[in-house]
Design a binder for this molecule. Structure first.
Ligand code: NCD
Length: 360
């Protein structure tokens, strides 16, 4: 299925050279932001945020304003026609006629892809449930490029809620495309990285290991990427409380890390990094959030300057096959095509909206 607009749903829909161009442009913007002040004069960006956000929404809005453009949108669906039962299809169809670019965040996996099927402008995925968060990844790649001077040869520890954390899913998919990156996943058995992400890492030629504690691996790391336990994605409060406070990065653990290790975190932080770590020069999370504006300025400029069609669905529609993921958009908006592709080894069907796999 073709769309006449370019969308960013998953970074892996594009070649690595495309992301590198965006990251390089982000770095140029950081070095001379004034030179880009009128690049989007007369353009309108809509932000449709069905789920709370501080950094992603405001950094997108700041990015568009700093490029000379204007913004519209909502950050609380209760104040829009969504509260009257409007579908994603209708909301995006309407808003995409008002705006040149549409940024969507939604609590259900695959929602941004669903929006891209009907939008009459470019769609950017600003986080779809526990699935993906490609613009955080562009921010993270820009941070690594500036602060570590490389996107390859890195040992990256990822700690916390790896099953529900969309930022770490997108970042693994991206970093595994570069050479010699090694991942160390630090989590409880319940919150391990999903199997489909591990398969992608292996297929891309990168390696990973799993660990139970920060202490046992911190000395090996170039980067420690902390995440919060995603309370809103747990089935019950008891399940959440059982995981809360398992991993806390503090000064004592930082003393075991290398002098050149950096600490990243997409934020918001809950209690997984103590505030006294903030003064450590290796703490990069606030700088990372600042770089998010430059990464998003670069992305908006790229999306608005290239007029390319986009293949929204590549798989096959099976009208009678249901995705097994209850948090998949196809189980919430009935009009969506039940589109699946075959897994690499052809033993599984993968939902094109949320990547959930099922045996054929
Ligand atoms: C993250 C998100 O929304 O996925 N935050 C962000 O975009 N900066 C991480 C989180 O909510 O924990």
């Amino acid at each position: 299925m073709q769309s006449e607009y370019q969308h960013l749903i998953d970074l892996n829909d594009y070649p690595v050279s495309w992301w590198q161009k965006v990251v390089e442009l982000g770095e140029q913007i950081k070095n001379d932001p004034a030179a880009y002040a009128h690049k989007c004069d007369g353009k309108v960006m809509a932000t449709l945020f069905y789920e709370p956000s501080t950094r992603t929404q405001m950094s997108f809005q700041t990015a568009m304003i700093r490029l000379g453009g204007q913004i519209i949108g909502f950050d609380n669906p209760a104040n829009s026609s969504v509260s009257k039962g409007e579908t994603i299809k209708d909301t995006t169809k309407i808003v995409s006629n008002y705006a040149d670019i549409l940024v969507i965040r939604h609590p259900i996996a695959g929602a941004a892809k669903a929006a891209s099927l009907t939008a009459d402008c470019s769609v950017i995925n600003a986080g779809d449930g526990g699935h993906l968060h490609p613009t955080q990844t562009l921010t993270d790649l820009l941070t690594l490029k500036i602060e570590k001077k490389s996107l390859s040869g890195l040992t990256v520890g990822m700690c916390g809620d790896l099953i529900n954390g969309r930022t770490v899913h997108s970042l693994c998919k991206a970093l595994s495309m570069f050479e010699n990156n090694h991942f160390i996943f630090i989590s409880t058995p319940e919150l391990r990285m999903p199997a489909y992400i591990k398969d992608i890492i292996k297929a891309n030629g990168s390696s990973f290991e799993e660990a139970d504690t920060i202490e046992e691996v911190i000395g090996k790391l170039d980067v420690l990427y902390m995440t919060r336990i995603q309370q809103e994605r747990f089935a019950s409060t008891e399940d959440y409380l059982a995981q809360k406070n398992t991993y806390v990065l503090d000064k004592r653990k930082m003393s075991m890390a290398r002098k050149d290790m950096i600490v990243m975190h997409p934020l918001p932080r809950v209690d997984e990094i103590t505030v006294d770590v903030d003064d450590d020069p290796r703490a990069m999370y606030f700088t990372q959030a600042k770089y998010g504006v430059f990464a998003r300025m670069a992305l908006i400029m790229t999306m608005l300057s290239e007029k390319k069609s986009f293949e929204t669905l590549k798989g096959k529609v099976y009208p009678n096959v249901k995705c097994d993921n209850p948090k998949c958009i196809t189980n919430h908006e009935a009009y969506l095509p039940k589109s699946f592709r075959f897994s690499r080894d052809e033993t599984l069907l993968e939902c094109e909206f949320c990547d959930e796999r099922k045996l054929i």
